[in-house]
Design a protein around this ligand. Structure first.
Ligand code: ADP
Length: 397
């Protein structure tokens, strides 16, 4: 028996989950917020209780120390030795990482080098890895990449039709994201459908604040909607998704101050999507509430969101030359019967049909009618569990 922590560290936060392995039992989980800012907060959930503590957390090492001390203080572990493994979620693995890997100095340097592809995520993740290395140097440490599942994409899908030198010099290509989630729900879908994954054509829709759609053929990602970075693809909470690239120089011509990489990145990453159109919120619950109140901008935001999802699903039916099942997951995909109904009701030509008695809040499993040719499923994602499993699989002691 061993205890494994899965870690999702960002620039100022660190989400964790402690597992008893190989039983895959969640012992405790928590979130450390406001690292490097005043009044950091550490929250721990275990045994149905929630403990929260406000304290200064100057850096990631301090955050990891607080997490480990919380585990001891709350009697969740008796000593550090009980923890035998840690798995770190990494957003960008570039072309270096086709699968999860054991951490060494070179791996950490590569994660840092890939920060250009995930500036909001990789630097914090690298700090998290280093913090664990310092405090628990002898445990198995593994990195699990959001991009790894998509390294099976064929060149025709991952290359952009721009001059070769941008790929050769800078590796400008599609990497995708949310791979751990797409891979997990594809595997779960095969179990629910009781068919070998190798024989299934699936379209997996991870729709949360960030959203991506993946075409999965025989268990392998063959195309995905996010691109070089998580900005590409469908419309999201605050991200635009795909655009005519000419919009960027067009705006710079009119507002020259936008000719600054950070500023223009912000326009499309933080001020667009549901937020940009509704001018109200990036949260789908607020958008649906606004729509029900008759607010024009919220209604437009909702309809555009659905339109982009439908178009991507349609594209991937073409990429796969057919589809056996469409899977919904993540915050919106798991919880919003309204979004699922709106997407699927526009795709009936493909042979999908929702059962209104099954497509309800809290749905889990198949939500299409028995007669539908293409099945529709809701599957709660569990990226933390995949990370813990990879630590178990790669563990060295
Ligand atoms: P992240 O990408 O930050 O991990 P999540 O997967 O947690 O995001 O999804 C967050 C999104 O899920 C938010 O837009 C939120 O409004 C949406 N969501 C959660 N519950 C519901 C619900 N019942 N109906 C509609 N949207 C919901």
């Amino acid at each position: 028996m061993s205890k494994t922590i899965s870690i999702n560290a960002g620039s100022s936060s660190l989400k964790w989950q402690l597992y008893k392995m190989p039983q895959e039992e969640v012992i405790a989980k928590g979130l450390i917020e406001r690292i490097g800012l005043e009044d950091g907060v550490s929250t721990v959930k275990f045994n149905g209780q929630t403990e929260s503590e406000t304290t200064d957390i100057p850096d990631h090492k301090a955050a990891v120390k607080i997490l480990l001390d919380d585990l001891i203080r709350l009697n969740i572990i008796a000593n550090y030795e009980e923890i035998t493994g840690v798995g770190h979620r990494i957003v960008a693995g570039g072309e270096y990482f086709k699968e999860s890997a054991l951490v060494d100095e070179k791996v950490i340097e590569q994660v840092e080098e890939l920060s250009l592809l995930a500036p909001l995520h990789n630097p914090g993740a690298a700090l998290g890895i280093r913090a664990f290395k310092e405090l628990l140097p002898d445990i198995t440490s593994v990195v699990v990449f959001d991009t790894a599942f998509h390294t099976s994409m064929p060149e025709v899908a991952y290359r952009y039709p721009i001059a070769n030198r941008y790929y050769e010099d800078y590796k400008v290509r599609k990497y995708g994201a949310h791979g751990t989630s797409h891979q997990y729900v594809a595997g779960e879908a095969a179990k629910i459908l009781d068919k070998p994954l190798e024989e299934l054509k699936l379209i997996t829709c991870h729709i949360g604040n960030g959203a991506s759609i993946t075409a999965v053929d025989g268990g392998k990602s063959v195309d995905t909607s996010m691109g070089l970075t998580p900005l590409g693809g469908v419309m999201m909470g605050t991200r635009s998704g795909d655009l005519d690239p000419a919009i960027i120089p067009f705006l710079i011509d009119r507002e020259p101050e936008l000719a600054d990489a950070e500023k223009i990145r912000n326009v499309f990453n933080r001020e667009s999507g549901l937020l940009g159109i509704s001018e109200k919120s990036s949260d789908m619950r607020d958008i649906i509430a606004g729509m029900h109140e008759g607010d024009h901008n919220s209604t437009l935001a909702f309809n555009m969101f659905i339109d982009r999802l439908k178009k991507y699903i349609g594209q991937y039916v073409a990429v796969l030359n057919g589809v056996d099942a469409i899977v919904f997951t993540a915050g919106i995909g798991e919880n919003s019967d309204v979004v699922r109904e709106a997407v699927i009701s526009g795709l009936t030509w493909f042979g999908v049909d929702l059962d209104p008695e099954k497509n309800v809040p809290g749905a889990n499993g198949i939500i299409s009618t028995d007669a539908a040719k293409v099945k529709v499923l809701v599957i709660p994602t569990d990226e933390e569990l995949v990370i813990a499993r990879d630590v178990e699989r790669l563990k060295t002691k």
